[in-house]
Design a protein around this ligand. Structure first.
Ligand SMILES: Nc1ncnc2c1ncn2[C@@H]1O[C@H](COP(=O)(O)OP(=O)(O)OP(=O)(O)O)[C@@H](O)[C@H]1O
Length: 253
């Protein structure tokens, strides 16, 4: 198999199209011929066991894996933003400067301020990253992604390190931002409930393939008390090989 620096091009139609996407690390094939379309503006979540290849898939779509051996075709929009589990703010730059990193133009600062206001950080423009809480830092990371007006937002466990209450607030915020800006979203998460509450489509990655492709056809904001919530949950936990008994013991999943 050859390495692949060739595959990222802008598309009409679906925001993301993967055809026979394969990625391997030494002898191990992590992604094994994935076919997937993500329509423009869709909010999709990706679940899978630890090590199933979720981040590998996300990095491939982000064009961050040129050193990885692989094949297949991949198309993605031009403007892609990525948010990770840690905010990756540069500690030596103030919050607004972090948000503006890599942008230029006269209106950039104005857009940066507006993005910070949108995520609830108005007034914190001149703060240093170490003065922010974990949730605030993730808000700043979201502002940094927004300021680029992404057609596609890739989020790799963005709330994984946050406490439960902050995580719920961040769910509300992310969904609001999506409603306002309508990028396509691919959210990688371990948390089945997070996937069901936020996404309109939930994928499960297993053995290098998409094993479940589930539409969550419920209005927003969603309630855990929705009778269908349990059905979606059960279906996804089954696909992940987790029983409800274990799920309750673990707190979630
Ligand atoms: N740079 C790399 N070099 C070698 N192996 C790698 C590399 N990156 C990932 N892998 C391997 O590929 C497999 C998939 O990793 P990946 O990080 O994509 O999984 P994941 O589903 O995101 O896991 P997690 O949920 O734990 O973050 C793992 O077995 C991992 O060890």
């Amino acid at each position: 198999m050859a390495t692949h620096a060739e595959q990222l091009t802008a598309v009409e139609g679906p925001a993301v199209r993967l055809t026979g996407l394969t990625r391997s690390f030494e002898a191990r094939t992590v992604l094994d011929g994935i076919d997937l379309d993500i329509p423009a503006g869709q909010f999709t979540a990706l679940l899978g066991h630890s090590g199933s290849g979720k981040s590998t898939l996300l990095r491939a779509i982000a064009g961050l894996d040129h050193y990885v051996v692989g094949s297949g075709e991949l198309t993605a929009p031009e403007r892609v933003s990525v948010v990770f589990q840690d905010s990756r703010l540069l500690p030596w730059r103030r919050v607004l400067d972090n948000v503006l990193l890599g942008t230029d133009g006269k209106e950039a600062a104005e857009r940066g301020r507006a993005a910070l206001a949108e995520v609830g950080l108005a007034g914190r423009e001149r703060a240093w990253p170490n003065e922010l809480s974990g949730g605030e830092a993730q808000r700043a990371a979201l502002a940094r992604s927004l300021v680029r007006d992404p057609e596609l937002l890739l989020a790799d466990e963005p709330f994984g390190a946050l406490d439960a209450l902050t995580r719920i607030r961040m769910h509300v915020l992310l969904r609001e931002l999506w409603e306002r800006h309508r990028p396509s979203v691919l959210l990688v998460t371990h948390d089945v409930d997070e996937a069901i509450v936020l996404a309109d489509r939930v994928l499960v990655l297993d053995q290098g393939r998409i094993s479940v492709d589930l539409t969550i056809d419920r209005p927003h904001p969603r309630s855990y008390r929705d009778p269908l919530f349990g059905e979606y949950r059960e279906r996804l936990l089954d696909a992940l090989g987790v029983t409800e008994h274990h799920a309750n013991q673990d707190g979630h999943q």
